[in-house]
Write a protein that binds this ligand. Sequence first.
Ligand SMILES: C[S@@+](CC[C@H](N)C(=O)[O-])C[C@H]1O[C@@H](n2cnc3c(N)ncnc32)[C@H](O)[C@@H]1O
Length: 242
Amino acid sequence: MLKIANHSHYHKQASRRLLEQLGDYALAADLLLTIEDQELEFCSDIDRQHTCFRHSFSSSRLQQRARQKNQALLKACNSKKRDIQSVLDLTAGWGKDSFILASHGQQLTMLEQNPLLHACLDYLLQVAQADSRDDVFQHLQLLRSNSLDYLQRAEGLCADCLYLDPMFPAHKSTARPGKDLQILQLLTTNLDIDELFRLALLKAGKRVVVKRPLHAPAINDNKPDLVYREKSIRFDVYLTPH
Ligand SMILES: C[S@@+](CC[C@H](N)C(=O)[O-])C[C@H]1O[C@@H](n2cnc3c(N)ncnc32)[C@H](O)[C@@H]1O
């Protein structure tokens, strides 16, 4: 069951909209969502541990992460040499990866199928944009859609780069994932990912990028053309000759 506490003072219109969107949202898990002016807090008991995650596009941690120039995400999606300007994020989630890419000048369209996540992300983008002079928010557009439907309906190529970050399967031998992912696993799921990847290869102007756990097999066992690695994840790049 979803409970909502509204502590927002300045962004009344945005918080009212969020309350309207989520007022009768049926959630199987128990979750307390607290609306603040700058951020949202998600709290739940997961495996008998009280787990809270706060999300905001003005958090100094995310801003700092976004500024890092040599990260693998940028190398995978943001190749200046190949003039990759537009990115379609097929799995928006918390919108962090899109925010990082947009901070480096790319034009991002984010798709999210889950109504709760979409509504929360929409709120966070609105309040961050209202409070900030940073033009990064001009580069971010959010749509609510199952990405498979979106790609099926789209005529021709959709963007230079199509980006996929499906939820990773829980792995018994690995450590508990971060709080953001624990909460995400409570709220949403993957839809049509294998099919989405197949169609993405036909709809990307220049490349498809897939985020994977470091040692996981490639998506659909499809060998990537390029791989960029970090400590626990990697980005598989598929060049599309369109
Ligand atoms: C692991 S999260 C992405 C995290 C994101 N990259 C970030 O930086 O916050 C995966 C998201 O994809 C969404 N998703 C899964 N299948 C989808 C589909 N077919 N269409 C749109 N969104 C989808 C899920 O609801 C979830 O929010």
